[in-house]
Design a protein around this ligand. Sequence first.
Ligand code: EPZ
Length: 421
Amino acid sequence: MEKQKLVINGGNRLEGEIAVHGAKNSALPLLSATVLVSEGECVLHNCPKLTDVDYAMRILSCIGVKCKREGSTVIADASVAENTEVPQSLMREMRSSIVFLGAMLGRMKSCKLSFPGGCELGPRPIDLHLSALREMGAEITEQHGFLMCTAPKGLHGANISLSFPSVGATENIMLAAVRAKGVTQIHNAAREPEICDLAEFLSGCGAKVHGAGTDIIIVEGVKTLHGCEHRVIPDRIVTASYLCAAACCGGELILSGANAEHLGQMIPILQSMGCKIYSFGKDSIYIRVTGRLKAPQTIRTMPYPGFPTDAQALIMTATTKAQGTTVFVENIFENRYRHVSELRRMGANIKVEGKVAVVEGVDRLYGSELQATDLRGGAALVLAALSAEGKSVVTKLCHIDRGYENIERSLRLAGADIKRV
Ligand code: EPZ
């Protein structure tokens, strides 16, 4: 797997249809939530086939949750889940493994986890997660890379005010609260669509969750949860990635299974650059790009509904050949410009100063040997290679495969000259 690489000959316009798979950042907390269901099985449709989802299913199996995949449906039965330790090898594989903490405390009242791994986007602290769970009665000690967590008398509700609307912390608190004694309020909660998807699933299992999608979420603890059937929302960042692919290469694409309502400012920004975008109902988007794009206004990444940090590298690639100058301000992560040095090697004109990056549009990019640095930065390099002149080779595909099902197959079916070797 590690030796695989993508060979891309740039310059083709894109024409065709791409089906957008289920959201990674929804499927992961949903899989964690199944730990809390002690009666019956959970059926999750539209669960994407990604390495991060495979790891989450392996973590579930270690805990004692029986889970299996049937196509894009995952079935999980946590009736007899009782193991409280997740092996370090699995925990280190992805950052989102921390979201098992709340669910395991909520169900087993104890767990032992190692500090999460995942993308190197700067320090990935979990202080907001831990302080909130402590307010709910958890005793958490940190010993050389391990978290020992117990709640011998079970968790109780609390009024929690987050200093930052952290997605993962909001999810962990929701998962710890649904079976806690009493009511939990989360103030300054994250408002991402994935939070709403988790709330909808939990409610389907009998939980009492109100306010998801706003900055105040109220959870009233219940004794137990039963299984339910749920469809994972489409991946809004994968949707943004393929919209940016059309922006980079020109042509026209239909994205089926995509929900334009979850894309926030992405569509207006691409339209301001000259892309023609129409969305049909809640499940498909059409984009047509002809001629040279114009640089958009300054792009500042913000918590939802602001511009998503995960789409920053993708839209940046679309601005590298646009006419004019684009200013980026990355407000969410400290180290999320790792794709810039690779783009520069292709001829892009980008200057980075702290959390600000300035992109001067150039006439063309040149194919090059490229290394993916993180999940979205890696996808951005694929887009750049598709729009460059000549041949590119992209390595370290493990980053890209964490968040994109068969990226080369989807793009090849839309006319790109790309293959995995
Ligand atoms: C989720 O990460 C996503 N991952 C990320 O997507 C996404 O970039 C991020 O939300 C922001 O939208 C998953 O959902 C699995 P945060 P998460 O907690 O929960 C700081 C991708 O590409 N912070 O909202 O880790 C943190 O350091 C991934 O799919 C604390 O300081 O994001 C960061 O600067 C990359 N203390 C900021 O908040 C904490 O306890 C945002 O983090 C928690 C977070």
